[in-house]
Write a protein that binds this ligand. Sequence first.
Ligand code: SAH
Length: 347
Amino acid sequence: MNIIEELKSNKNLSDEQFKLLLETDTYKEDLFKQADIVRQQVYGKDVYLRGLIEFTNYCKNGCYYCGINCTNKNIKRYRLTKDEILQCCKDGYALGYRTFVLQGGEDPFFTDDIICDIVSAIRQNYKDCAITLSIGEKSKESYLAYFKAGANRFLLRHETANEEHYKKLHPESLSLKNRKQCLFNLKEIGYQVGSGFMVGSPYQTIENIIEDFRFLQELKPDMIGIGPFIPAQNTKFEKFEHGKLNLTLKIISILRLLFPYALIPSTTALGTIDPQGRELGLKSGANVVMPNLSPTKYRNLYTLYDDKICTNEEAAECRGCLERRVSLAGYKVVTDIGNPKTAMYNL
Ligand code: SAH
């Protein structure tokens, strides 16, 4: 059995074997091909949409890689009102979105009561939609309150599963231990959980990436979001190189073979480092895209990294553009809540 067949049938490899796939391109074509076969077995040609609402760029944390971290005094800060958020959902629903992702910095203005109020308003209006939160580390009680208000998915990338590497990317106030605990708490409450990491973040080694795979095997998330690190102006890492397309695509394929049921987005960051990035991501095993639903006037302020694409388009333009891109890549955008097909795998 060759290494790709082994990965496909065992849904696992040794560290040495992972290393070979990550460090060389010997098996690359076969890897992409088999990942796409598995993706089509589980999800057909369907591509799920998630409407991303970037509702605040205020953040109390100082993650070294992130352009909206609290030490950056050179950006204009904004918050959406509840009405603006609800308007985004209304526009999104009309465009066929059945998942709304509320993402933001860790902004103390949005207390649990405010988040719950917004979530319940969305829940009341859109019973057939998923509500995803991506608002960072909170207590288990807070996560439970949002869940009871109607949120049912949560995205929280672990960023790196290696302690030392985590310390190189974050200030002392943040810990990998807490981030991991948050993920397990979210699972226990009953959220569909998404985790993931950046590819090519400063100081990342191939061994770190293998540790990321091992952590994901332990967590068994429903969604796995990965994208290249891209430097952001006015951050500690502004002079570092961005993560590479080739490595990101190989990791998407490996993840598809390790977790056939997973929802794997082809990220905006991937589309930012290469004009065909998102299409290539889909061809390597990704099955989700997350177009922006935020009001255009705020979009260029949610600057996690430099040169982010789609910051000047209206929601409807984004939707149309993506539909064309997805179909040119050979797949099909569907109007669907886009739940993970975990049942097929008894998970
Ligand atoms: N505050 C939330 C949302 C963070 S933004 C949280 O803590 O989870 C969503 C993701 O963007 C992050 O998890 C990180 O992986 C990614 N990101 C941040 N800065 C980035 C950069 N410079 N390049 C690429 N991705 C970045």
